[in-house]
Design a protein around this ligand. Structure first.
Ligand SMILES: Nc1ncnc2c1ncn2[C@@H]1O[C@H](COP(=O)(O)OP(=O)(O)O)[C@@H](O)[C@H]1O
Ligand SMILES: [Mg+2]
Length: 255
């Protein structure tokens, strides 16, 4: 388990101020203010439809914000283009894996690498390097469509790592894996975190995973932040239990 570090004197690498997303009449993310400290693993949890993925999409530039600011190293990034935000150093995985099935695994990962390495040879080298890191190098020549779910999740992480992020946004990369695969994936995330000196926000329903990985946890419910604190404090928070933990846990793979 990562040690809990105090946040005093630590750099705020990412900050949200009153971040809001409306889809027509629906407020998917409602006035959310948060800080992310450099070197931290922040867990982002909440029921389905709480707004977690939408918040990631705004951070990564896939969605415009309806109101509020997002600051990366003190500079506003909300509403910049996704490729610009990626090149600044924020990489994400997608909850719904979106492999290019008719491309090899290596080429899938090169899609991420091109943002730093425009030359094919260099992008290839980067792709192989990150495939090695996520334990998928032996599948580099397989087609995206041939991968198993755990392999797809590794490829998603590899594609995000190939963009050389400072902040990695992981959206349910553990969901759907069996308990043994969950353990393997947890070790993989910790290895990457340590070796790449990353800052991570991780969305996950598997509580065992989120509790063991996260230094701190933010809880969303109906788009609003309802808790923000150390894992143990959040897990015993009455509002969090009533809105989420009491209903969602236990999961089949969370025993
Ligand atoms: N592109 C979209 N258009 C309209 N509504 C959306 C869109 N994306 C998400 N939503 C809605 O926003 C809310 C939050 O969704 P989401 O961020 O995916 O939740 P979570 O990831 O926490 O499960 C849901 O009610 C969802 O239906
Ligand atoms: Mg989601």
């Amino acid at each position: 388990m990562p040690e809990n570090k105090t946040n005093e004197n630590r750099e705020v690498i990412l900050e949200g101020k009153g971040v809001t997303k409306r889809f027509g009449g629906l407020v998917a993310v409602n006035d959310v203010t948060f800080q992310l400290y450099r070197g931290e693993i922040l867990g982002l949890i909440g029921p389905n439809g709480a707004g977690k993925t939408t918040l990631f999409s705004m951070i990564a530039g896939a969605f415009h914000v309806s109101a509020g600011q997002i600051l990366f190293k003190g500079k506003e990034i909300q509403n910049l283009r996704a490729d610009k935000i990626c090149s600044l150093g924020i990489g994400r995985t997608y909850q719904i894996c979106q492999p290019f099935g008719s491309m090899t695994v290596r080429n899938n990962v090169m899609v991420g690498a091109f943002i730093r390495y425009p030359k094919i040879r260099d992008a290839e080298k980067k792709a192989d390097d990150v495939l090695e890191k996520v334990g998928l190098y032996q599948r580099a020549d397989a087609m995206g469509s041939e991968l198993t779910l755990p392999e797809l999740k590794r490829m998603e992480v590899a594609r995000a790592l190939a963009t050389e992020p400072e902040i990695l946004l992981l959206d349910e990369v553990i969901a759907g894996l069996n308990p043994t695969e969950v353990d393997t994936f947890l070790r993989l995330i910790m290895d990457i975190y340590r070796n790449e000196k990353l800052t991570i926000i991780i969305i996950e329903h598997v509580m065992r995973a989120i509790m063991s990985l996260s230094h701190r946890i933010v809880v969303l419910n109906h788009g609003a932040k309802i808790a923000d604190g150390l894992p143990a404090a959040v897990a015993s928070d009455r509002q969090v239990i009533d809105s989420y933990l009491g209903k969602e846990v236990p999961h089949a793979d969370d025993k």
